[in-house]
Design a protein around this ligand. Sequence first.
Ligand code: DAH
Length: 339
Amino acid sequence: MLDKIKQLQEELSNIKASTVEEVDELRIKYISKKGLVSQLFSEFKNVPNEQKKEVGQAINVLKNFAQDKINELRDRFNNGTPKDDGLDLTRPGESMKPGTRHPLSVVRNEIIDIFGRLGFTVAEGPEIEDDWHVFSALNFPPEHPARDMQDTFFIEKDPDVLLRTHTSSVQIRVMERTQPPIRSIFPGRVFRNEAISARSHCIFHQVEGLYVDENVSFADLKQTLLYFAKELFGEKTKIRLRPSYFPFTEPSAEMDVSCSICGGKGCNVCKYTGWLEILGCGMVDPNVLESCNIDSRKYTGFAFGMGIERITMLKYGIKDIRHFFENDVRFLKQFESAI
Ligand code: DAH
């Protein structure tokens, strides 16, 4: 009897099937009511008593083994076709789409890169600020309209807690804790109480720049910005500086670049002037240096500030600032190659 069990076990180890029908035939042959394994149970009554325990256990093991084997063969077939252990090596892979950088991040990184080549490091400051860092230390007169609720989001009044309206506040934070030489840029998000339209938004991004050392001159400012403009918009780019006013710089200027779309000939983007305004700049007002305990007789400096949305819109011909905040993938996907 034990020999018979052993023989059946061996037979079962080698069974194979290439169709579901074959699996069923094997099931009938071995484990159906009249199958070979079941027959052993009927023969069990003839086994001498002293062998019953051993033989009984062996039959049970064989029965489970046969059942597992048949199940295993059946599992290989799915609707009558072999599943190849569940692996279909001919199936096309599922492509994983890599994400893309947001266009504002692409341009911010490019700006950081360009100034990095001139030795500017990067620093950041808080978005929630106080009056001192956003206005007073930057030489804003007490009645300046920018201090008004109309332009600034206040969180609390007296003492003022507000959302910064420009990244110039980071100039103050850095100068308060560092003595010159300072050569850094400060990218970040800013907030203004403005109606949202195609051209303006209440949240946008700026990059501020600051260079303070002995003998820093307006010529240094001009050359730095010319290098920046050529790197960002192309070698042929020209710049022009127009006199302007900012409380924290004296003299102050606004910088235009020659229109990269029409090459300066005039088009609807540059409103037929051939020039595009991209940033404000100037020599740091001595009052600002003194507010931060920097000796204005020993040190001079220049500063500049630009809007990242505006530059991105000019660079890529984007007509509506709201695209940047809507996160419509049809818009974002267009920047796939710009890493
Ligand atoms: N903070 C100014 C703004 O938000 C931009 C600016 C102008 C920054 C002149 C400067 C500067 O550093 O020198 O409009």
